[in-house]
Design a protein around this ligand. Structure first.
Ligand code: TPP
Length: 644
């Protein structure tokens, strides 16, 4: 490393020839006198962390997040009904807003109060809508998201202006990447102050434009009702997604003095529902003509409620089927035609099958880079059919031979009629051979293996629980080893890969599925980010089971550093508190497991317990996820690790 300050610009330029971008960045920061850097690692910054590791004078510090503690809000019951608009005349904007929520059949919302939403919270005081007060707005957004993914309904979240609103950003981006129907309401400063840097002002429509399906700002009470209706309509139709409505506080205080239209006014918004019959027939013909077809199924199939149609297609055509992370549960993994997940940490069988197939039928999937590996060599022998409701998704990452735009359920149901039964014994035998040769497996000696915890959880819940996850190795092991049976069972951040998602998302899923077993399979790093929401689970007596696969590392980053950075573990050792003690402090039941012999009893105790439980399982610290397709490799070049 060189000293920047003593260099002339010309010297600095010469010296930096041959340096990596990360080294140049380091050099410049050092020259600027930066002595301490706060942050958190991840794949996109690994080269920078590698340079930091070499620079001993620097510290990369991990900041965990906590939300403020607040008083408990209790549920009240009094309904005004859901009628508008004549009956709304004379009402305040907040009351109109409330009427619209009732009309949209909202019975639950998550959030956190503040000055700019006080008129709305005043109305909620007497509302039949259950309001869930979280400990942090990010938690509220993920709860609304977990509720939406597990139920198919729109999740609703509310936050105040400024910091409350900006705390929703990660939750909105998470939902946007995974097409989750959500409506977020944020308070905004008074309309005459907007743009003045008023107290707690943040430009939320500007900030969230790239991370929402759509957003609105409401400045007049007359526009409020219609806008709420439009927001719900956009969130739940077409390719679903989060919609943000930023509401100037005066529009909730002012009274409606005249009738205001509630008719959605969205002339440019016409999501396509039915697929084109000619394209559907062409797709069916391509499948019928194929010797080695594979279905590649994404979250869109689950969202569209197309699982039954998909399963019928698989059955009738005897077509092997692989799913993405978000598509897990669209097929029952006990079906011999199910190949499990594909992609970077997909099963060897799924990855080989995709590379060898002569017809790949993508349904509600978007050829994400974690799925395709090197895109130029993805499914190289295949004719590609792509069925998706979002035309902008089609041919975005790969060239497509037969595009079909429309709702997956509608299209698959129509396609079924044209599918013929073709003898593909050779192909199915080949797949059976791969399955026998490369099953997902792990070692069972020494420390508890994270995979065996997940397998046990699968067995002991009859593969029937709703499972949320954080992001990291544990997420991939959950995908590989739980044993998925039904749609809407997995609640996980696929597109954005948001650590800290699991704990609040599981709570949201539990609110939406009372009586069901909901488990958060989490990593110690991910759980540390949002575990404060366990208090919310305790407060509302939501019996979520939080299972922390505690390897003491930011495991997935450690794995990359082991494999690609010569075991230089930079900023991944992650000393955690005693999770059980903290959980008890939060009012939750808690168990710690260190020995394999204690594991099944502990899981049984956890599942039997009626309230929330934190189960901290100390697992092998340096276990790796396999298979693994390294960056720049093709699917068939996966590293099978111990599976080989
Ligand atoms: C909010 C956020 N910050 C950083 C990352 C980058 N990242 C991906 S996985 C990972 C480590 C996860 O550690 P942990 O939750 O303990 O799970 P493990 O991999 O050990 O199972 C990190 C830091 C991320 N995905 N999300």
């Amino acid at each position: 490393m060189c000293q920047y300050k003593s260099d002339t610009p010309a010297q600095a330029c010469r010296r930096l020839v041959g340096a990596s971008g990360a080294e140049i960045l380091y050099h410049v920061l050092q020259g600027e006198g930066v002595e301490i850097l706060f942050g958190y690692p991840g794949a996109a910054v690994l080269p920078i962390f590698d340079v930091l590791d070499r620079a001993s004078a620097w510290h990369a510090q991990v900041i965990s997040r906590r939300g403020p503690k607040d008083q408990i809000m209790t549920k009240k019951t009094k309904s005004n009904g859901g009628s508008c608009p004549e009956s709304c005349i004379g009402m305040s904007g907040a009351q109109v807003f409330h009427e619209m929520l009732l009309a949209e059949k909202v019975d639950l919302m998550f959030g956190f109060p503040g000055g700019a939403v006080l008129p709305i919270f005043d109305v909620l005081y007497e509302s039949p809508i259950q309001f869930v007060l979280t400990r942090h707005e990010q938690g509220a957004a993920h709860m609304a998201d977990g509720y939406a993914r597990s139920t198919g309904k729109v999740g609703v979240v509310i936050a105040t202006s400024g910091p409350g609103a900006t705390n929703l950003v990660t939750g909105l981006a998470t939902a946007n990447m995974d097409s989750v129907p959500m409506v977020a309401f944020t308070g905004q400063v008074r309309s005459n102050l907007i743009g003045n840097d008023a107290f707690q002002e943040a430009d939320m429509t500007g900030i969230t434009r790239p991370i929402t399906k759509h957003n609105f700002m409401v400045k007049r009470v007359e526009d409020l009702g219609r806008t709420v209706r439009e927001a719900f309509h956009i969130a739940r139709t077409g390719r679903p997604g989060p919609v943000l409505v930023d509401i100037a506080v005066d529009s909730t205080v002012n009274k409606l003095t005249q009738e205001a239209s509630l008719e959605p006014d969205l002339p440019g918004y016409k999501p396509r529902h039915a697929g084109h019959i000619r394209q559907i027939k062409m797709a069916a013909q391509a499948i019928n003509a194929a010797q080695r077809p594979v279905l590649y199924v994404g979250g869109g199939v689950v969202i569209a409620g197309a699982t039954d149609a998909l399963r019928a297609l698989v059955e009738k055509g005897r077509i092997p089927v692989t799913t993405t992370l978000l598509g897990l549960g669209a097929v029952d993994e006990t079906d011999p035609l199910a190949l499990q997940m594909l992609g970077m940490h997909g099963s060897a069988t799924a990855n080989f099958a995709v590379q060898e197939c002569d017809c790949l039928v993508a349904v509600g999937a978007r050829f994400d880079d974690r799925v395709t590996g090197t895109v130029e060599t993805f499914a190289p022998k295949a004719k590609i059919v792509h069925i998706d409701i979002d035309p902008t998704s089609i041919a975005k990452n790969v060239d497509v031979d037969i595009p079909v735009v429309g709702d997956a359920r509608n299209i698959l149901e129509q396609m079924l009629e044209f599918i013929e039964q073709v003898d593909r014994t050779e192909w199915l035998n080949r797949i059976a051979e791969w399955k026998a040769k490369y099953p997902l497996r792990y070692e069972t000696d020494g420390n508890i293996r994270p995979q065996e915890v997940i397998e046990q959880l699968g067995k002991m819940t009859d593969h029937n629980a709703i499972v949320a996850t954080g992001v990291g190795q544990h997420q991939m092991w959950a995908a590989q080893f739980y044993g998925w049976r039904q749609p809407r069972q997995i609640v996980t951040s696929g597109g954005l890969g948001t650590m800290g998602y699991g704990c609040p998302a599981a709570i949201g899923a539990q609110f939406g599925n009372p009586g069901k077993t909901v488990i958060d399979i989490d990593g110690d790093g991910s759980f540390s980010m949002t575990m404060v929401e366990v208090i919310t689970a305790v407060q509302y007596n939501q019996p979520v089971k939080f299972v922390v696969l505690d390897n003491g590392y930011l495991g997935m980053v450690r794995q990359w550093q082991e494999m690609f950075y010569g075991r230089r573990y930079s900023a991944v050792t992650h000393p955690c508190p005693d999770f059980a003690t903290v959980a008890r402090g939060f009012g939750s039941h808690a168990i710690t497991v260190k020995q394999r012999s204690e594991l099944s009893d502990a899981i049984a105790e956890m599942l039997k317990h009626e309230g929330p439980v934190v189960l901290d399982v100390k697992v092998e610290p340096e276990e790796n996820v396999y298979p693994m397709v390294a960056a720049g490799k093709s699917l068939h070049e996966m590293d099978l690790g111990k599976l080989a």
